[in-house]
Structure formats: C-alpha cells, structure tokens
Design a protein around this ligand. Sequence first.
Ligand code: RIB
Length: 297
Amino acid sequence: MPRIVVVGSINMDLVTLAPRFPGPGETLLGSRFFTAHGGKGANQAVAAARLGAEVAMIGALGRDAFGDQLHAGLAHEGIDLAHVARIDDEGSGSASITVAAGENQIIVVPAANARVSLAQVEAARDAIARADAVLVQLEIPLDAVEATLRLARREGVPVILNPAPAQKLPAEWLSLASYLTPNQHELATVLGADEQTDFRELMRRAPCPVVLTRGGEGAWYRDDAHPEPAHQAGFKVDAIDTTGAGDTFNGALAVFLHEGLPAAVRKACAAAALSVTKLGAQGGMPSAREVATLLPH
Ligand code: RIB
C-alpha cells in the first residue's frame, strides 16, 4: 500500500448549478445549490485514499462548523489528520463554485489555509521521510510549499508539485519538483511564458519533468526517459462536473508512480475521467477496482 503525504488546502465547496455563467452585474436563476467537501489538498488526499493508499494530510481548518464537517469527512476516508491544525481565530477555507454545462468557475477564500506553516511541515518530517510520494499545490502559503519541496528532496522522496492556482514560480523551486503537473495555462503562468506558446515547447522549457493535463484529451508527459513529450489519450465519459478532475489525476499519479510514469499517467487519466461523471469534487473519485474496469486488459 503506497504511503502518500499531501500538504495542502481544505475547503468547503459552495456549489451552484446554473444554465450558464452570469456576466458582470447580471443575476441568473440557478437550478440547485449544495455544499461539498473540497480544497485541492483534501481532494488529492481523498483521491489517493480511495485508490487504496495510506494517506497523511498536512493542512489547517478553522474551529467552525465547516471545519468540524471537513475534519469528519477526511477522517471517514481513513486519512491521518495528526498534522491538520485547528485555528481558533480563523474560519475554514471555502470555494464558491458555479457549474454550467459541465464547466466550472471557482473563487477560493483561503482563510485557515493561509495559516498552514513551515513549522507544521517541519513537524511532519518523519511522515514525509517515510512516504512513497508527496503532493503539494499552491492554495497554501508559498513558504510551506517551498519547505515541502526541499524536505522531500532532502529525504529522497518523489514530490509532485501541482501548480494550482497558478502563479509565476522561481525556476529553482521548479527544479526541486520531481514532477510538475499543470494544465497548459498553469504551465505558461509558472514559467512566465506567453500563453500562446505551444504546450510541448513549454514542457521542454520546464527545468523538471512535467505531466501536463489536457482535460478530456488526456495528458502529456516528459521526463528523462521520454525527453520528447509523450501523449496518453483521455477516456471517453459523459462529463457532469469537472470540479476536482485535476485533483483526482494528481492523487492517482502519486499512488501509481511506483509502476512507472507511463502506467501512472494512464491510470491517472482513467481515474480523472471517472471523477467527472458525478457531482462534487470528491463525489466521483473512484476506487482502484473502478479504475481497472476502464482499462483494457
Ligand atoms: O480543484 C478543485 C478545488 O479547487 C475545489 O474543491 C475548491 O475547493 C478549490 O480548491
């Protein structure tokens, strides 16, 4: 059973289903509202746990009703929460999400996630050192992200940096990542490159191995063994809600990394495809058995 550590955000998602996205100043009637457990870090942790990994999470929640619900949800998935802090004077993170025609728009308020600290990462050194892979994203303070990259590298543990939401990052940080897992827009942003540049060219420019997600078209990967970007086709499904597809991809990639990059990318594409067939970021995250049903023998 692979051991995965996730350093990242935990949010309550406030989801509205609408016929289309409203314009500025416009009021629309939606068809449904629900709350769902989310946050890129928590989603990736849940994706890995459902696929059978032993998962520990490093993060922060407010001491509020959302925090209690999110904590209980992660515990129910079997995730080790010893390194999830409860912050007395801050609320839990939230994300206002509009889903229209299978696409989404998201506004995140980090709240307690902004208090994830470097000290918390250092306190989890033993868990990181014992892990088979570490996952980190950009919804927490950058000093905690940097500490995670450096600590994982020092301990010789593969570290996956999912640069979402994207911002320009120092090249030295990128070179610490064992794998960078952006979409095309995120890769251009982290590199400070022109958005119009061909994504394969951007992949060649990155100072570390890259696994680039392309939604329903699947993913591309480049590492030392595949110096030219290689393609894994996506799996055809009826998309209901793409929220959390990238997180499912990352969680699965970490879990299956020990099978080699091409196999891990293939299984991550299958897991991500299954995840979009149900509502909510974590709603459609599959088990390993469900992933196997999508893969030809
Ligand atoms: O990647 C999807 C996630 O982004 C949502 O669950 C939301 O909480 C935001 O963090």
